[in-house]
Design a protein around this ligand. Structure first.
Ligand SMILES: Cc1ncc(C[n+]2csc(CCOP(=O)(O)OP(=O)(O)O)c2C)c(N)n1
Length: 695
């Protein structure tokens, strides 16, 4: 083991500890036998294993050391090769096999996910949030857990002596992912209590370390000032145990980050589906075999005076035990297919509109302030709520002043700037949510949500479903959106269709101040991830025709559930279904036809108020869908629910209109608001029994 600056007593030095060490070695040996027997069992039964799987063969020593040293108060993000670590933390082979075979009682995902993709809230073990298959992507959520723990400790929201650490485990191949860098930057900047354990077997899949990197993880970590580092031979159990003890003690006492770089051989296949002999030479396999942790641990036990017969007895007992566990798991119930739709979302407590929307004598408020006041009231009531993002801290309070004054009211520990790292901003909410902090984060412009999209898709949206409801992600993600004030191609974008393609998140798009405040409250109280799209052109009602976005400010108790649209105005002849800025374009167009045009403001794009839309369309027979999105591939056209389910019944025309680049009263290209009405007239003339798409 080499180390930067930490000093510890050596394990082998103290004779008085001889028996304890022998017992520990024997314990590790037994677990190693178990995990090896599992690898063999799975290999022999590949045809009945539901998905591809990886096992820890070759990585056992470092994983067992880590798993044995973690405490129930700790948090862990194991990766797909960490089955030995899982055994050492106390999970049974049977539990792991239930996931391998996609069984109903799989304690991690109820049969929904691959082998060794754990998640757990068992009280006698470390907490494990959702683990995805995306290599390296767990580093941001895991760092978010350490960020949350630090906040809870510093704000006095946790009592007691426990000082939890976070262990984030990953392969060497994943360290080259850009998101690892965002997480490490944040961890060293904030000095978070986290151990990054990199298991370096010198392979990605078939990509060798020589092809993939100019430096290993230990060398790379040197660039992150403030990151402590350890190197260890991860095939030697005693050395691994000592290194992990050192690392865990350091983080538990110093509350600072550390990278442990463990060199390990890869003795098994990459996965059951990608076989080692396809891409590794006999020489390479032989070189790795020389570092087999099993050979090493046997050797050490013999040196310590353990009889060889004891070792062979343990091995054969373990083989029998694993065989019986596998037989049991194989016979366990498969999931009930009726449960396949369960757990996409956790139930929300907010189902009804509550509180006073328009208090008597109340003052009018612009939308941006309605949002600000909602956040302020939430943060006052919930000390576990924090707000962060680019420029939202005290100096500026957001580029739209949408978070102005919050840092001075709640302090820099609760409201702060982050670097330009959208992946971290979004993905860290997974970790914060797992430790019980309620994050409100901001992406500065909708156009820049894309670097965070991976976290939204790979980690956030799937967490509730793939943990069978154990880890819904409570995350409120504020995103200023839309065309306003000459923003141009990178500051005016609409992203709702792209967001709507993600199953497992909710999307809110208010069009006025009262809705903004009520929906912001519901979004925060929702246990699921909610993206709040906030139109920049409506923030101050400065765009001509958007004065109605200013409303009387609702009382602090006002909450508006997600998924309920509003009838903005009644009309007899047709309806316009829209949201956000579209509401004001619709009103302007409809003014030419008094009493004729009903306008529906969707307010939430997912969940969608389908019953309101369908009832209105059924009643009026003509519908126009209006959006600010770009011309091609908007959800209003992709989603043909209205035309396929409603219009065929009526034999009437449906009309989808999309206005691109419209910046409130002026025309960049595309339509003027009045074009909407003109299109309506043309549909009366010649579009009976057809669906008309107008570009
Ligand atoms: C983001 C992402 N890209 C690609 C893959 C496909 N993939 C699965 S494992 C793997 C190699 C990972 O290597 P490493 O991190 O060193 O872990 P090891 O399997 O060697 O333990 C790749 C490329 C993935 N799962 N996720």
């Amino acid at each position: 083991m080499t180390k930067d600056s930490i000093s510890t007593p050596t394990l082998k030095a103290a004779d008085s500890r001889h028996d304890r060490e022998k017992a520990l070695l024997l314990r590790a040996y037994r677990l190693m036998c178990m995990s090896m027997a599992m690898t063999d069992k799975y290999e022999a039964n590949r045809s009945i294993c539901k998905y591809v799987h990886s096992t820890s063969r070759g990585h056992e020593a470092i994983q067992l050391a880590a798993g044995l040293l973690l405490q129930p108060c700790d948090y862990v993000s194991p990766y797909y090769r960490d089955d030995s670590m899982m055994l050492a933390m106390g999970f049974t082979p049977y539990e792991l096999m239930l996931q391998l075979l996609a069984k109903k009682d799989d304690p991690f995902s109820a049969g929904r996910s691959y082998y060794c993709h754990p998640s757990s809230r068992q009280p006698d073990k470390p907490i494990i949030p959702h683990q995805s298959s995306a290599t390296g992507m767990q580093v941001i959520p895991a760092t978010g857990m350490a960020q949350g723990i630090q906040y809870l400790e510093r704000s006095g929201l946790v009592q007691g002596e426990e000082r939890p650490v976070v262990l984030c485990s990953l392969g060497d191949g994943s360290v080259t992912e850009g998101e690892v860098s965002e997480a490490w930057q944040f961890a060293v900047l904030k000095q978070l209590p986290i151990i990054y354990l990199v298991q370096d077997n010198e392979w990605g899949i078939s990509v060798s370390s020589a092809e993939a990197r100019a430096m290993d993880a230990y060398e790379y970590a040197a660039g992150f000032k403030g990151m402590e580092r350890l190197r260890v031979d991860g095939s030697d159990f005693e050395e691994s145990y000592q290194a992990m003890q050192t690392a865990i003690d350091y983080v538990r006492s110093e509350r600072k980050p550390i990278v442990v770089h463990a060199r390990v051989p890869l003795l098994g296949h990459h996965t059951s589906g990608v076989r080692k002999e396809w891409y590794r030479t006999p020489e390479n396999l032989e070189r790795h075999a020389q570092h087999d942790p099993f050979t090493k641990i046997c050797q050490r036990l013999l040196e310590k005076g353990v009889q060889e017969t004891v070792l062979t007895d343990v091995k054969s007992e373990t083989n029998k035990y694993i065989a019986s566990q596998f037989d049991m798991a194989r016979l366990a119930d498969d999931p009930d297919t009726s449960s396949v739709r369960d757990h996409v979302f956790a139930p929300t407590p907010v189902t009804e509109e509550q509180g006073v929307r328009y208090p008597r004598g109340g003052a009018k408020v612009v939308m941006v302030d309605a949002a600000l006041h909602a956040i302020e009231e939430l943060m006052r009531e919930h000390p576990e709520a924090i707000l962060y993002g680019q420029d939202v801290g005290g100096r500026l309070g957001g580029v739209f002043r949408e978070a102005a004054t919050l840092a001075s009211k709640f302090g820099d520990e609760r409201v702060y700037n982050t670097a330009i790292q959208e992946a971290y901003i979004i993905g860290s909410t997974v970790g914060l949510s797992a430790v019980g902090v309620k994050p409100i984060v901001e992406v500065q412009f909708a156009d820049y949500i894309y670097p965070g999209f991976n976290q939204l898709v790979s980690e956030i949206s799937k967490s509730c479903y793939l943990t069978a409801g154990k880890f819904p992600i409570q995350a409120l993600i504020r995103v200023p959106i839309g065309a306003y004030g000459g923003g141009g191609p990178y500051h005016s974008g609409s992203v709702e269709t792209t967001l709507l393609s993600i199953k497992g998140i909710k999307i809110v798009y208010p069009s006025n101040a009262a809705d903004m405040k009520g929906l912001m409250k519901a979004a925060f109280l929702d246990p699921n991830p909610v993206v709040m799209l906030e139109h920049k052109g409506l923030y101050w009602s400065k765009v001509p025709g958007t004065q109605d976005a200013m409303t009387i400010e609702p009382d602090s108790d006002y909450i508006l559930p997600l998924g309920k649209g509003a009838v903005v105005q009644e009309g007899e002849g047709m309806c316009i279904v829209t949201y956000g800025m579209g509401v004001y374009w619709a009103k302007a167009a409809a003014a030419r036809y008094p009493g004729q045009v009903a306008i529906i403001d969707l307010r939430t794009l997912f969940p969608l108020d389908e019953s309101l839309v369908f009832e209105t369309v059924r009643k009026l027979g003509k519908c126009l869908v209006l959006t600010e999105e770009q011309l091609n591939n908007s959800f209003v056209v992709i989603r043909r629910a209205y035309s396929t389910t409603v219009f065929p019944l009526l034999g009437r025309a449906s009309l989808h209109i999309r206005c691109a680049g419209f910046t409130g009263g002026t025309v960049e290209h595309g339509f003027r608001a009045t074009d909407v009405a003109e299109c309506r007239e043309s549909s009366d003339v010649d579009s009976r029994d057809t669906e008309l798409l107008i570009f």
